[in-house]
Design a binder for this molecule. Structure first.
Ligand code: GTP
Length: 412
């Protein structure tokens, strides 16, 4: 029996917390561990033999995914990949409903739905096994977070014996559970009945009080409109993962996501192409594009991704960082906990730094002298940092030139 997968990719008006990096490239195509964010989800889907088609649903212009689809068709010959464009943001369930005929073509038996901005070990096989064992209608990926972060997510209360979801609340005001929605679902076809019921309820509400329904009845969200309903019925289970998981919301969160995917690659395939071998100057895992030039006296790692045509000079130090294409780090410069977007230049003896952040941290802000600052420094496209300049915990918008030391600022 065949399955399909849907990846919800959002659109240009979403993912604003990923700015300034999303000014240049849509968030879901931003490279972490050397590959676009959504390629990691596609790789996971490729391990499920029954999946014959993957649909990306979003509201970006069609042209945005043209090259990516062509590349992915070569990389993943086991399924077809198509992009379906919503005429406007329809919400995480509204798009599914709008394209229900396309989704149900070929009578898929099961549907994976994945939020594109999730970084995870994607335990899809385990979710499938649970789905079969429990004869479920829906399985949601759950993950535990530190209690202080839980209310930023959808929270799940489950029966610890049966793993049945008994209660779901999106971003609750008070603490109900630290088991949260991991943004990966497995549904059977009856999900469309549940969405239709939610739509009807919304239509009823619109008739009674049009001012109550801001977005129109077409806009439906899986989290608020659908999962709450599923929890009230039978057949909704949670698969709690012990694997890694985090969201990629802010631009800074690409740094821990990069670390998690690099570590996974290093642990599962130490000889993976472009993973640099451990040496006196390489602390794994480090990904280096074959077109990059790294001086042998520069020290890299851990958790560094070096993109195409990057140049790293003698004696430079790069750690916990993503360097996109055509960036340059001159001799003796230092780049730590930072992202350098396309074409950034860091001068000789300069320091570009963020603060220490662990992959388990679900926040990318930190407090310094009582001031809220970005943990990760982000230099947008074509920023130039002068020789010997020190830049710490800053976000710099495109094309700026930084000539003197700066700390804890957003430079516009
Ligand atoms: P917040 O987390 O509330 O800031 O909103 P968000 O839009 O960043 O993320 P949300 O958790 O609501 O969305 C989960 C995934 O669905 C992300 O990958 C979004 O890009 C995607 N998404 C959100 N809204 C839509 C939508 O209207 N249509 C489609 N196709 N995808 C969406």
């Amino acid at each position: 029996m065949s399955s399909k997968a849907i990846i919800l990719v959002g659109g240009g008006t979403r993912g604003t917390r990923f700015r300034p990096l999303s000014l240049d490239i849509p968030k879901v195509l931003f490279p972490v561990a050397g590959r676009p964010i959504i390629s990691h989800a596609l790789s996971a889907l490729a391990t499920v033999p029954s999946i014959k088609e993957v649909l990306l649903i979003g509201f970006y212009d069609d042209s945005v995914f043209k090259d990516f689809l062509a590349e992915s068709a070569k990389e993943f010959p086991q399924f077809t990949i198509k992009y379906l464009r919503e005429y406007r943001a329809l919400g995480t369930a509204g798009g599914l409903y709008h394209f229900r005929d396309v989704i149900l073509t070929g009578h898929p038996y099961r549907l994976f739905v994945i939020h594109a901005d999730v970084c995870s070990s994607f335990p899809l096989q385990e979710m499938l096994s649970m789905f079969e064992d429990k004869e479920a209608k829906a399985v949601i990926l759950g993950t535990r977070v530190e209690p202080q972060f839980a209310s930023n997510f959808g929270c799940i209360v489950m029966d610890p014996t049966t793993k049945k979801v008994i209660h779901y609340v999106e971003k609750p005001e008070s603490h109900i559970s630290n088991l949260i929605n991991g943004g990966v679902y497995l549904f059977d076809r009856s999900i469309f009945d549940v969405i239709a019921a939610a739509r009807n309820a919304r239509a009823e509400q619109t008739r009674e009080d049009p001012s109550e329904v801001e977005d129109g009845q077409e806009v439906l969200r899986l989290e608020q409109d659908i999962l709450v309903r599923l929890a009230q019925a039978d057949g909704f289970y949670v698969y709690e993962t012990r694997g890694f998981w985090r969201q990629i919301k802010t631009a800074g969160s690409a740094v821990p996501a990069n670390a998690l995917y690099l570590q996974k690659l290093f642990q599962t395939d130490i000889d993976a192409p472009h993973l640099a071998r451990a040496s006196a100057t390489i602390v794994p895992p480090v990904y280096i594009d074959p077109t990059a030039s790294v001086d042998p006296t520069a020290k890299l790692g851990p958790n560094v991704s070096v993109g195409p045509r990057v140049r790293i000079g003698p004696g430079a130090r790069v750690k916990e960082a993503i360097l996109l294409e055509d960036t340059e780090v001159k001799h003796e410069a230092c780049v730590l906990y930072s992202i350098l977007a396309r074409g950034v230049k860091v001068g000789a003896w300069a320091r570009v730094e963020g603060s220490h952040i662990t992959p388990a941290d679900h926040s990318t802000v930190t407090f310094k002298n009582g001031v809220r600052v970005q943990s990760v420094s982000i230099l947008a496209q074509d920023v130039v940092v002068g020789d010997e300049v020190r830049l710490q915990n800053c976000v710099v918008l495109p094309h700026k030139e930084i000539k003197s030391d700066v700390e804890n600022e957003v430079i516009m």
